[in-house]
Design a protein around this ligand. Structure first.
Ligand code: PLP
Length: 394
């Protein structure tokens, strides 16, 4: 029998991709320059030179039997050693090569970890707004995703709301900072308070509450904002990283997860991660791109355009009367819809060929996400349309 739930997930698809596909079809009709597509969070800048140099050299020097062969299931030992050393150098952590598992971007790290850490009927908490796919990963693993509202003024953690959501069924919490879709970076102060609360509840419940720190946007921060390294604040944190955004290589599918050596029940979690990797088929990341990522550690694409876009768009939209929490990172703005129903708001924008994604998909109705990973020129040309949309509500 075909799995009913999977039919449902497969046929409903993602609203983001549906609106983006509409944008492409519309661009073919009226010209790409007349469609202001802010739907997809795909990097718009080129990968840095080190990516090309590394690809070219490895293609020339590696024997085809290695280049196109299976890598070890969790990744090459040498690559995992480099990832561990990089984390240790950057944050003063103490990872070893065996703590790192190379993954196909952050997506497969999340799928592996939710499968490894959630038992049937157990709950994973996440703060709203959140990356849409968390719900699928958690439910596919047999758990339930519990949405915890963040402080609506700041989108920082509302500790009282987390306290109310926690229960003996809580096995996991997924945190994402800088955040997709709000762009907010969680503060050290709020993460420290959260860490204390989770430690206390883990003691009371008699089992660990693991945290997944999903951080594909770590390097995309503007100004001197700190992105605290959560594993050093809360011991039971598993760090998930992706090179998709920092190196602008989302299509190459490379990232990793890192288990701290002091993790509660380390041996079993380690085994469950390997087991989930096998069961889900997330093994042997592309040899070429594991090696490229290891050679480019510490480097990024030129991310300055995102900050320029953030400043331009945030300033202009505020002047037009849009309400939005100032985003310190990632490449998203999450604006309040100008009517209660964000889907209707996005439909009205769509009639003006201005494409955004309703916040409903991120567990936060009443908002719309603008992905500003586009050219600055597109933003400049879109401003009169944003103004027209705001005017239509005055
Ligand atoms: N987590 C968040 C918050 C994201 O926004 C994304 C992608 O946009 C991912 C995870 C998955 O990214 P990837 O699998 O390309 O690393």
């Amino acid at each position: 029998m075909i799995a009913k739930r999977l039919i449902e997930w497969g046929s409903s698809g993602s609203t983001i991709r549906e609106i983006a596909a509409y944008g492409e079809a519309r661009a073919a009709q009226i010209g790409a320059e007349n469609v202001f597509n802010f739907t997809i969070g795909s990097p718009s800048v080129d990968p840095p030179p080190c990516v090309y140099e590394s690809v070219e050299r490895l293609m020339r020097t590696l024997p085809p039997t290695q280049l196109h062969a299976y890598a070890p299931a969790p990744g090459y030992e040498s690559v995992r050693q480099k990832m561990a050393e990089h984390l240790n150098r950057s944050f003063g952590a103490a990872y070893r090569s065996q703590d790192i598992y190379m993954t196909d971007g952050a997506s497969s790290a999340l799928a592996i970890l939710t499968h490894a850490l959630l038992g049937p009927g157990e709950e994973a908490l996440t703060l709203t707004p959140y990356f849409t796919e968390y719900k699928l990963y958690v439910e596919a693993a047999g758990g339930t995703l519990r949405e915890v509202p963040s402080d609506p003024e700041t989108f920082q953690i509302d500790l009282g709301a987390v306290e109310r959501a926690l229960s003996p069924k809580t096995a996991l919490m997924i945190l994402n900072s800088p955040n997709n879709p709000s762009g907010v970076v969680l503060s050290r102060e709020s993460l420290t308070a959260l860490g204390r609360l989770l430690e206390e509840r883990s003691r009371i419940y008699g089992h660990p509450i693991y945290v997944i720190a999903d951080e594909p946007y770590r390097e995309l921060v503007y100004g001197d904002v700190e992105v605290p390294f959560l594993p050093l604040i809360y011991r039971d944190t598993i760090y998930c990283y992706s090179f998709s955004k920092s190196l602008s290589i989302p299509g190459e599918r490379v990232g990793f997860l890192a288990l701290p050596p002091t993790l509660t029940d380390y041996e079993n979690v380690h085994a469950a991660v390997y087991g989930a990797g096998r069961a889900l088929g997330y093994i042997c990341v592309s040899p070429l791109f594991q090696l490229v990522a290891a050679e480019c550690l510490g480097k990024t694409a030129d991310l300055s355009v995102y900050e320029k876009n953030r400043n331009l768009l945030y300033g202009a939209l505020q002047g037009m009367g849009y309400q939005c929490v100032r985003p310190d990172g990632a490449f998203y703005l999450f604006i309040r819809a100008m009517e209660q129903d964000a889907k209707a708001f996005c439909r009205r924008a769509m009639e003006m060929d201005l494409l955004m994604v309703p916040g409903d998909d991120f567990g936060c109705p009443g908002y719309a996400r603008i992905a500003y990973c586009v050219t600055t020129e597109q933003i400049q040309r879109s401003l009169p349309v944003f103004e027209k949309l705001a005017r239509s509500y005055r």
